[in-house]
Design a protein around this ligand. Structure first.
Ligand code: ARG
Length: 456
Protein backbone atom coordinates (compact mmCIF):
# COMPACT_ATOMS: atom_id res chain seq x y z
CA UNK A 1 0.00 0.00 0.00
CA UNK A 2 2.88 2.36 0.65
CA UNK A 3 5.74 0.57 -1.15
CA UNK A 4 6.29 3.07 -4.01
CA UNK A 5 9.50 4.59 -2.67
CA UNK A 6 10.96 1.34 -1.28
CA UNK A 7 13.30 -0.96 -3.13
CA UNK A 8 13.14 -3.81 -0.60
CA UNK A 9 10.34 -5.25 1.51
CA UNK A 10 10.36 -5.23 5.31
CA UNK A 11 12.36 -7.68 7.42
CA UNK A 12 10.15 -10.37 8.87
CA UNK A 13 10.67 -8.94 12.34
CA UNK A 14 9.64 -5.53 11.00
CA UNK A 15 6.47 -7.06 9.64
CA UNK A 16 5.80 -8.55 13.02
CA UNK A 17 6.51 -5.54 15.20
CA UNK A 18 4.61 -3.27 12.80
CA UNK A 19 1.41 -5.25 12.51
CA UNK A 20 -1.58 -4.30 14.61
CA UNK A 21 -4.10 -6.49 12.79
CA UNK A 22 -3.93 -9.24 15.46
CA UNK A 23 -5.66 -6.86 17.86
CA UNK A 24 -7.12 -3.97 15.84
CA UNK A 25 -9.35 -6.38 13.94
CA UNK A 26 -11.71 -5.63 16.81
CA UNK A 27 -12.30 -2.25 15.16
CA UNK A 28 -13.71 -3.70 11.95
CA UNK A 29 -17.30 -2.54 12.40
CA UNK A 30 -16.18 0.97 13.24
CA UNK A 31 -13.71 0.97 10.35
CA UNK A 32 -16.39 0.04 7.85
CA UNK A 33 -18.88 2.55 9.26
CA UNK A 34 -16.21 5.29 9.06
CA UNK A 35 -15.35 4.38 5.46
CA UNK A 36 -18.98 4.35 4.40
CA UNK A 37 -19.58 7.78 5.92
CA UNK A 38 -16.40 9.05 4.27
CA UNK A 39 -17.20 7.78 0.77
CA UNK A 40 -20.79 9.04 0.94
CA UNK A 41 -19.43 12.49 1.78
CA UNK A 42 -16.81 12.29 -1.01
CA UNK A 43 -19.57 11.52 -3.50
CA UNK A 44 -21.83 14.28 -2.22
CA UNK A 45 -18.99 16.76 -2.51
CA UNK A 46 -18.21 15.60 -6.07
CA UNK A 47 -14.74 14.37 -5.06
CA UNK A 48 -15.50 10.78 -6.11
CA UNK A 49 -18.07 10.02 -8.79
CA UNK A 50 -21.35 8.38 -7.88
CA UNK A 51 -20.64 5.10 -9.62
CA UNK A 52 -17.33 4.53 -7.85
CA UNK A 53 -18.85 5.54 -4.54
CA UNK A 54 -21.62 3.02 -5.00
CA UNK A 55 -19.17 0.24 -5.87
CA UNK A 56 -17.13 1.12 -2.79
CA UNK A 57 -20.18 1.13 -0.53
CA UNK A 58 -21.43 -2.20 -1.86
CA UNK A 59 -17.95 -3.67 -1.52
CA UNK A 60 -17.77 -2.49 2.10
CA UNK A 61 -21.17 -4.03 2.81
CA UNK A 62 -20.01 -7.31 1.38
CA UNK A 63 -16.79 -7.21 3.43
CA UNK A 64 -18.85 -6.60 6.57
CA UNK A 65 -20.84 -9.75 5.80
CA UNK A 66 -17.64 -11.70 5.25
CA UNK A 67 -16.12 -10.50 8.53
CA UNK A 68 -19.34 -11.25 10.35
CA UNK A 69 -19.41 -14.79 8.99
CA UNK A 70 -15.73 -15.76 8.99
CA UNK A 71 -13.92 -13.22 11.14
CA UNK A 72 -11.24 -10.80 9.95
CA UNK A 73 -8.32 -12.48 8.16
CA UNK A 74 -5.07 -11.80 10.00
CA UNK A 75 -2.47 -11.00 7.36
CA UNK A 76 0.60 -9.42 8.94
CA UNK A 77 1.75 -8.09 5.55
CA UNK A 78 -1.30 -5.87 5.46
CA UNK A 79 -0.47 -4.39 8.88
CA UNK A 80 -3.79 -3.27 10.20
CA UNK A 81 -7.56 -3.38 9.88
CA UNK A 82 -7.57 -0.38 7.55
CA UNK A 83 -5.23 -2.03 5.03
CA UNK A 84 -6.82 -5.46 5.32
CA UNK A 85 -10.20 -3.98 4.46
CA UNK A 86 -8.91 -1.75 1.67
CA UNK A 87 -7.02 -4.64 0.14
CA UNK A 88 -10.10 -6.84 0.22
CA UNK A 89 -12.07 -4.01 -1.35
CA UNK A 90 -9.54 -3.89 -4.20
CA UNK A 91 -9.99 -7.66 -4.72
CA UNK A 92 -13.72 -7.15 -4.91
CA UNK A 93 -14.11 -3.99 -7.00
CA UNK A 94 -10.74 -3.31 -8.60
CA UNK A 95 -8.98 0.06 -8.94
CA UNK A 96 -12.00 2.12 -7.81
CA UNK A 97 -11.17 0.87 -4.29
CA UNK A 98 -8.18 3.18 -4.39
CA UNK A 99 -10.47 6.24 -4.39
CA UNK A 100 -11.77 5.55 -0.88
CA UNK A 101 -8.62 6.86 0.75
CA UNK A 102 -8.92 10.29 -0.94
CA UNK A 103 -8.74 13.15 1.59
CA UNK A 104 -8.09 10.71 4.41
CA UNK A 105 -5.12 9.19 6.22
CA UNK A 106 -4.93 6.17 8.46
CA UNK A 107 -4.14 8.68 11.17
CA UNK A 108 -7.59 10.27 11.19
CA UNK A 109 -9.14 6.95 10.23
CA UNK A 110 -7.82 5.11 13.27
CA UNK A 111 -8.60 8.03 15.58
CA UNK A 112 -12.20 7.91 14.33
CA UNK A 113 -12.53 4.15 14.55
CA UNK A 114 -11.15 4.05 18.05
CA UNK A 115 -13.40 6.85 19.27
CA UNK A 116 -16.40 5.02 17.89
CA UNK A 117 -15.28 1.84 19.62
CA UNK A 118 -14.63 3.53 22.97
CA UNK A 119 -18.01 5.28 22.75
CA UNK A 120 -19.75 1.91 22.40
CA UNK A 121 -17.60 0.51 25.20
CA UNK A 122 -18.71 3.31 27.49
CA UNK A 123 -22.36 2.59 26.70
CA UNK A 124 -21.81 -1.09 27.45
CA UNK A 125 -20.18 -0.36 30.78
CA UNK A 126 -22.96 2.05 31.67
CA UNK A 127 -25.60 -0.62 31.05
CA UNK A 128 -23.66 -3.08 33.19
CA UNK A 129 -23.34 -0.58 36.01
CA UNK A 130 -27.05 0.23 35.85
CA UNK A 131 -27.81 -3.48 36.35
CA UNK A 132 -25.38 -3.61 39.27
CA UNK A 133 -27.16 -0.64 40.84
CA UNK A 134 -30.50 -2.37 40.45
CA UNK A 135 -29.13 -5.40 42.28
CA UNK A 136 -27.74 -3.21 45.07
CA UNK A 137 -31.04 -1.34 45.44
CA UNK A 138 -33.00 -4.55 45.67
CA UNK A 139 -30.77 -6.15 48.30
CA UNK A 140 -30.48 -2.87 50.24
CA UNK A 141 -34.25 -2.58 50.40
CA UNK A 142 -34.53 -6.15 51.64
CA UNK A 143 -32.05 -5.36 54.42
CA UNK A 144 -32.84 -1.76 55.27
CA UNK A 145 -33.35 -2.77 58.95
CA UNK A 146 -30.71 -5.47 59.30
CA UNK A 147 -28.17 -4.35 61.89
CA UNK A 148 -24.51 -5.09 61.37
CA UNK A 149 -21.33 -3.74 62.91
CA UNK A 150 -20.01 -0.71 61.08
CA UNK A 151 -16.23 -0.68 61.04
CA UNK A 152 -13.40 1.77 61.11
CA UNK A 153 -9.88 0.29 60.99
CA UNK A 154 -11.79 -3.00 60.56
CA UNK A 155 -12.65 -2.66 64.25
CA UNK A 156 -16.25 -2.65 65.35
CA UNK A 157 -17.18 1.05 65.48
CA UNK A 158 -20.92 1.82 65.50
CA UNK A 159 -23.87 -0.27 64.39
CA UNK A 160 -25.10 0.41 60.86
CA UNK A 161 -27.61 -1.35 58.67
CA UNK A 162 -26.71 -3.71 55.87
CA UNK A 163 -28.98 -1.68 53.58
CA UNK A 164 -26.94 1.41 54.36
CA UNK A 165 -23.69 -0.43 53.71
CA UNK A 166 -24.90 -1.69 50.32
CA UNK A 167 -26.19 1.74 49.38
CA UNK A 168 -22.70 3.14 49.96
CA UNK A 169 -21.64 1.15 46.90
CA UNK A 170 -24.68 2.39 45.01
CA UNK A 171 -23.40 5.95 45.53
CA UNK A 172 -19.94 5.00 44.28
CA UNK A 173 -21.39 3.41 41.16
CA UNK A 174 -23.61 6.46 40.58
CA UNK A 175 -20.49 8.64 40.47
CA UNK A 176 -18.69 6.10 38.29
CA UNK A 177 -21.51 6.27 35.76
CA UNK A 178 -21.38 10.03 35.75
CA UNK A 179 -17.65 9.86 35.00
CA UNK A 180 -18.35 7.81 31.87
CA UNK A 181 -21.20 10.15 30.92
CA UNK A 182 -18.90 13.20 31.19
CA UNK A 183 -16.19 11.47 29.20
CA UNK A 184 -18.68 10.48 26.52
CA UNK A 185 -19.73 14.09 25.96
CA UNK A 186 -16.11 15.19 25.78
CA UNK A 187 -15.05 12.52 23.30
CA UNK A 188 -18.05 12.83 20.99
CA UNK A 189 -16.27 14.92 18.35
CA UNK A 190 -15.24 13.45 15.03
CA UNK A 191 -11.57 13.49 13.96
CA UNK A 192 -12.29 12.22 10.43
CA UNK A 193 -11.04 14.73 7.87
CA UNK A 194 -8.06 15.84 9.92
CA UNK A 195 -6.20 13.65 7.42
CA UNK A 196 -2.54 12.91 8.20
CA UNK A 197 -2.08 15.90 10.49
CA UNK A 198 -2.75 19.17 8.67
CA UNK A 199 -6.22 18.80 7.19
CA UNK A 200 -6.78 18.44 3.45
CA UNK A 201 -7.04 20.57 0.32
CA UNK A 202 -10.06 18.61 -0.92
CA UNK A 203 -13.42 20.32 -0.37
CA UNK A 204 -14.63 17.79 2.22
CA UNK A 205 -17.61 18.28 4.53
CA UNK A 206 -16.52 17.30 8.01
CA UNK A 207 -19.87 18.22 9.51
CA UNK A 208 -21.55 15.65 7.29
CA UNK A 209 -19.26 12.77 8.27
CA UNK A 210 -19.44 13.78 11.94
CA UNK A 211 -23.25 13.72 11.83
CA UNK A 212 -23.36 10.44 9.88
CA UNK A 213 -21.28 8.77 12.58
CA UNK A 214 -23.35 10.15 15.44
CA UNK A 215 -20.80 12.69 16.64
CA UNK A 216 -21.93 16.06 17.97
CA UNK A 217 -19.47 17.93 15.74
CA UNK A 218 -16.11 17.64 14.00
CA UNK A 219 -12.97 18.24 16.07
CA UNK A 220 -11.50 21.73 15.74
CA UNK A 221 -7.78 21.14 15.35
CA UNK A 222 -6.32 18.62 12.94
CA UNK A 223 -3.09 18.10 14.90
CA UNK A 224 -4.96 17.45 18.11
CA UNK A 225 -7.39 15.15 16.29
CA UNK A 226 -4.77 12.65 15.19
CA UNK A 227 -2.42 12.87 18.13
CA UNK A 228 -4.42 12.77 21.30
CA UNK A 229 -5.80 9.69 22.97
CA UNK A 230 -7.25 11.40 25.99
CA UNK A 231 -10.65 9.88 25.19
CA UNK A 232 -9.14 6.42 25.64
CA UNK A 233 -7.48 7.54 28.85
CA UNK A 234 -10.76 8.99 30.07
CA UNK A 235 -12.25 5.56 29.51
CA UNK A 236 -9.38 3.83 31.33
CA UNK A 237 -9.44 6.25 34.24
CA UNK A 238 -13.17 5.87 34.66
CA UNK A 239 -12.74 2.10 34.34
CA UNK A 240 -10.01 2.19 36.96
CA UNK A 241 -12.31 4.00 39.33
CA UNK A 242 -15.03 1.37 38.83
CA UNK A 243 -12.53 -1.44 39.28
CA UNK A 244 -11.27 0.18 42.43
CA UNK A 245 -14.78 0.34 43.86
CA UNK A 246 -15.59 -3.21 42.81
CA UNK A 247 -12.37 -4.49 44.37
CA UNK A 248 -13.34 -3.01 47.73
CA UNK A 249 -16.72 -4.69 47.59
CA UNK A 250 -15.00 -7.92 46.51
CA UNK A 251 -12.59 -7.61 49.41
CA UNK A 252 -15.48 -7.15 51.82
CA UNK A 253 -17.19 -10.24 50.46
CA UNK A 254 -13.98 -12.20 50.90
CA UNK A 255 -13.66 -11.06 54.52
CA UNK A 256 -17.36 -11.54 55.19
CA UNK A 257 -17.29 -15.06 53.77
CA UNK A 258 -14.41 -16.10 56.06
CA UNK A 259 -15.40 -18.35 58.98
CA UNK A 260 -14.54 -15.88 61.76
CA UNK A 261 -16.89 -13.32 60.17
CA UNK A 262 -19.52 -15.55 58.63
CA UNK A 263 -21.53 -12.56 57.41
CA UNK A 264 -22.30 -14.07 54.02
CA UNK A 265 -22.62 -17.38 52.30
CA UNK A 266 -21.41 -16.80 48.77
CA UNK A 267 -23.55 -18.55 46.19
CA UNK A 268 -22.35 -21.91 44.86
CA UNK A 269 -22.45 -20.40 41.39
CA UNK A 270 -19.72 -17.92 42.34
CA UNK A 271 -17.53 -20.13 44.53
CA UNK A 272 -15.14 -22.98 43.94
CA UNK A 273 -14.08 -25.99 45.97
CA UNK A 274 -10.64 -27.29 46.77
CA UNK A 275 -9.27 -30.43 45.17
CA UNK A 276 -7.78 -31.52 48.49
CA UNK A 277 -9.75 -29.88 51.32
CA UNK A 278 -13.36 -31.04 51.08
CA UNK A 279 -14.74 -28.41 53.44
CA UNK A 280 -13.58 -25.51 51.26
CA UNK A 281 -15.75 -22.97 49.55
CA UNK A 282 -13.48 -20.40 48.07
CA UNK A 283 -14.56 -16.91 47.02
CA UNK A 284 -12.71 -17.11 43.69
CA UNK A 285 -15.00 -14.81 41.74
CA UNK A 286 -14.59 -12.07 44.34
CA UNK A 287 -10.84 -12.64 44.43
CA UNK A 288 -10.64 -12.33 40.67
CA UNK A 289 -12.64 -9.10 40.72
CA UNK A 290 -10.09 -7.85 43.24
CA UNK A 291 -7.25 -9.16 41.07
CA UNK A 292 -8.61 -7.80 37.80
CA UNK A 293 -8.71 -4.34 39.35
CA UNK A 294 -4.92 -4.45 39.48
CA UNK A 295 -4.72 -5.35 35.82
CA UNK A 296 -7.18 -2.64 34.81
CA UNK A 297 -5.09 -0.06 36.66
CA UNK A 298 -2.06 -1.47 34.86
CA UNK A 299 -3.79 -0.87 31.52
CA UNK A 300 -4.46 2.74 32.47
CA UNK A 301 -0.88 3.17 33.50
CA UNK A 302 0.34 1.56 30.28
CA UNK A 303 -1.46 4.07 28.07
CA UNK A 304 -0.41 7.04 30.23
CA UNK A 305 3.19 6.01 29.83
CA UNK A 306 2.80 5.39 26.10
CA UNK A 307 1.41 8.89 25.56
CA UNK A 308 3.72 10.71 27.93
CA UNK A 309 6.22 12.89 26.11
CA UNK A 310 5.09 12.08 22.53
CA UNK A 311 5.63 15.05 20.24
CA UNK A 312 2.74 16.08 17.98
CA UNK A 313 1.32 14.69 15.82
CA UNK A 314 1.03 10.93 15.17
CA UNK A 315 3.80 8.53 16.20
CA UNK A 316 3.63 4.79 15.82
CA UNK A 317 3.85 4.38 19.58
CA UNK A 318 0.18 5.30 19.48
CA UNK A 319 -0.68 2.01 17.83
CA UNK A 320 -0.11 0.58 21.31
CA UNK A 321 -3.16 2.50 22.54
CA UNK A 322 -5.56 -0.29 21.73
CA UNK A 323 -4.43 -3.44 23.61
CA UNK A 324 -4.72 -1.87 27.08
CA UNK A 325 -8.17 -0.48 26.33
CA UNK A 326 -9.41 -3.79 24.93
CA UNK A 327 -7.94 -5.72 27.84
CA UNK A 328 -9.35 -3.37 30.45
CA UNK A 329 -12.77 -3.44 28.82
CA UNK A 330 -12.90 -7.23 28.79
CA UNK A 331 -11.77 -7.47 32.40
CA UNK A 332 -14.17 -4.77 33.52
CA UNK A 333 -17.13 -6.39 31.77
CA UNK A 334 -16.42 -9.67 33.52
CA UNK A 335 -15.92 -7.97 36.87
CA UNK A 336 -19.17 -6.01 36.70
CA UNK A 337 -21.16 -9.07 35.62
CA UNK A 338 -19.63 -11.30 38.30
CA UNK A 339 -20.22 -8.72 41.01
CA UNK A 340 -23.81 -8.20 39.90
CA UNK A 341 -24.38 -11.95 40.00
CA UNK A 342 -22.89 -12.20 43.49
CA UNK A 343 -24.95 -9.30 44.83
CA UNK A 344 -28.13 -10.78 43.40
CA UNK A 345 -27.62 -14.22 44.90
CA UNK A 346 -25.46 -13.91 48.02
CA UNK A 347 -27.02 -15.03 51.31
CA UNK A 348 -26.59 -12.43 54.03
CA UNK A 349 -26.37 -13.97 57.51
CA UNK A 350 -28.09 -11.13 59.28
CA UNK A 351 -28.38 -13.04 62.59
CA UNK A 352 -24.61 -13.35 62.68
CA UNK A 353 -24.15 -9.68 61.77
CA UNK A 354 -26.50 -8.64 64.56
CA UNK A 355 -24.76 -10.88 67.10
CA UNK A 356 -21.40 -9.34 66.25
CA UNK A 357 -22.81 -5.82 66.36
CA UNK A 358 -24.14 -6.55 69.85
CA UNK A 359 -20.92 -8.03 71.13
CA UNK A 360 -18.50 -5.35 69.99
CA UNK A 361 -19.49 -2.47 72.34
CA UNK A 362 -20.62 -0.71 69.20
CA UNK A 363 -23.11 1.43 71.13
CA UNK A 364 -20.40 3.05 73.27
CA UNK A 365 -20.80 6.32 71.35
CA UNK A 366 -24.53 6.23 72.12
CA UNK A 367 -23.74 6.02 75.84
CA UNK A 368 -21.39 8.99 75.59
CA UNK A 369 -23.92 10.99 73.53
CA UNK A 370 -26.61 10.25 76.15
CA UNK A 371 -24.40 11.69 78.90
CA UNK A 372 -23.91 14.84 76.83
CA UNK A 373 -27.60 15.16 76.02
CA UNK A 374 -29.26 14.11 79.29
CA UNK A 375 -26.65 14.99 81.94
CA UNK A 376 -24.93 17.96 80.25
CA UNK A 377 -21.53 16.28 80.50
CA UNK A 378 -18.87 17.70 78.14
CA UNK A 379 -18.21 15.21 75.34
CA UNK A 380 -14.55 14.57 76.25
CA UNK A 381 -15.54 13.66 79.81
CA UNK A 382 -18.44 11.54 78.55
CA UNK A 383 -15.95 9.73 76.29
CA UNK A 384 -13.78 8.94 79.34
CA UNK A 385 -16.71 7.73 81.46
CA UNK A 386 -17.88 5.51 78.61
CA UNK A 387 -14.40 4.07 78.24
CA UNK A 388 -14.61 2.90 81.85
CA UNK A 389 -18.02 1.34 81.20
CA UNK A 390 -16.60 -0.54 78.20
CA UNK A 391 -13.71 -1.78 80.34
CA UNK A 392 -16.20 -3.04 82.94
CA UNK A 393 -18.27 -4.81 80.29
CA UNK A 394 -15.19 -6.36 78.78
CA UNK A 395 -14.03 -7.59 82.19
CA UNK A 396 -17.34 -9.32 82.91
CA UNK A 397 -17.80 -10.46 79.31
CA UNK A 398 -21.21 -8.80 78.86
CA UNK A 399 -22.55 -6.46 76.19
CA UNK A 400 -22.88 -2.82 77.29
CA UNK A 401 -26.67 -3.14 77.31
CA UNK A 402 -26.42 -5.91 79.97
CA UNK A 403 -24.28 -4.02 82.50
CA UNK A 404 -26.19 -3.73 85.81
CA UNK A 405 -27.30 -0.21 86.67
CA UNK A 406 -25.27 -0.29 89.90
CA UNK A 407 -22.08 -0.91 87.94
CA UNK A 408 -22.89 2.02 85.67
CA UNK A 409 -23.84 4.32 88.58
CA UNK A 410 -20.57 3.41 90.32
CA UNK A 411 -18.71 4.60 87.24
CA UNK A 412 -20.71 7.83 87.13
CA UNK A 413 -23.68 8.68 89.34
CA UNK A 414 -25.29 10.82 86.62
CA UNK A 415 -26.21 7.64 84.70
CA UNK A 416 -29.74 6.31 85.33
CA UNK A 417 -32.08 3.59 83.96
CA UNK A 418 -33.03 5.63 80.92
CA UNK A 419 -29.60 4.76 79.51
CA UNK A 420 -30.80 1.27 78.49
CA UNK A 421 -33.06 2.81 75.85
CA UNK A 422 -30.01 3.89 73.83
CA UNK A 423 -27.74 0.93 74.40
CA UNK A 424 -29.41 -1.52 72.02
CA UNK A 425 -28.16 -1.69 68.46
CA UNK A 426 -31.66 -1.06 67.08
CA UNK A 427 -32.01 2.13 69.12
CA UNK A 428 -28.56 3.18 67.98
CA UNK A 429 -29.24 2.86 64.26
CA UNK A 430 -32.75 4.31 64.56
CA UNK A 431 -31.32 7.43 66.21
CA UNK A 432 -28.94 8.22 63.33
CA UNK A 433 -31.51 10.15 61.35
CA UNK A 434 -29.26 12.89 60.02
CA UNK A 435 -29.28 13.26 56.22
CA UNK A 436 -27.38 10.31 54.80
CA UNK A 437 -27.36 8.54 58.17
CA UNK A 438 -27.91 4.84 58.77
CA UNK A 439 -31.42 5.05 60.31
CA UNK A 440 -33.62 2.58 58.41
CA UNK A 441 -36.05 5.38 57.49
CA UNK A 442 -33.21 7.39 56.00
CA UNK A 443 -31.98 4.39 54.05
CA UNK A 444 -35.44 3.65 52.68
CA UNK A 445 -35.85 7.25 51.66
CA UNK A 446 -32.53 7.21 49.82
CA UNK A 447 -33.49 3.98 48.05
CA UNK A 448 -36.78 5.51 46.90
CA UNK A 449 -35.00 8.65 45.74
CA UNK A 450 -32.39 6.62 43.84
CA UNK A 451 -35.20 4.77 42.08
CA UNK A 452 -36.84 8.06 41.12
CA UNK A 453 -33.52 9.40 39.82
CA UNK A 454 -33.08 6.29 37.67
CA UNK A 455 -36.54 6.60 36.18
CA UNK A 456 -36.13 10.29 35.38
N1 ARG B 1 -2.34 0.83 12.78
C1 ARG B 1 -2.09 2.22 13.02
C2 ARG B 1 -2.52 2.55 14.47
O1 ARG B 1 -3.21 1.78 15.03
C3 ARG B 1 -2.87 3.06 12.08
C4 ARG B 1 -2.28 4.39 11.79
C5 ARG B 1 -1.06 4.24 10.98
N2 ARG B 1 -0.57 5.48 10.54
C6 ARG B 1 0.67 5.60 10.06
N3 ARG B 1 1.02 6.74 9.66
N4 ARG B 1 1.49 4.59 10.06
O2 ARG B 1 -2.12 3.54 15.02
Amino acid sequence: MWGGRFAAGPASIMREINASIPFDKRLWKQDIAGSKAHVAMLAKQGIVDGEDAQAITEGLNRIAMEYEADGVPVDLDLEDIHMVTESRLADLIGPAAGRLHTARSRNDQVATDFRLWVRDAMDEVDAGLAALQDALLKRAEEHADAVMPGFTHLQSAQPVTLGHHLMAYHEMIRRDRSRFADARVRMNECPLGAAALAGTGFPIDRHATAAALGFAKPTDNSLDSVSDRDFALDYLMAATQVALHLSRLAEEFIIWASQPFGFVKLPDAYSTGSSIMPQKRNPDAAELVRGHAGRIMGCMNALCVTMKGLPLAYSKDMQDDKPPVFEAHDLLGLSIAAMTGMIETVTFRTDRMRALAESGFATATDLADWLVREADVPFREAHHITGRAVAAAEETGTPLADLPIDTLKAIDPRIDERIYAVLTVDASVASRKSHGGTAPDQVRERIAQARREKEA
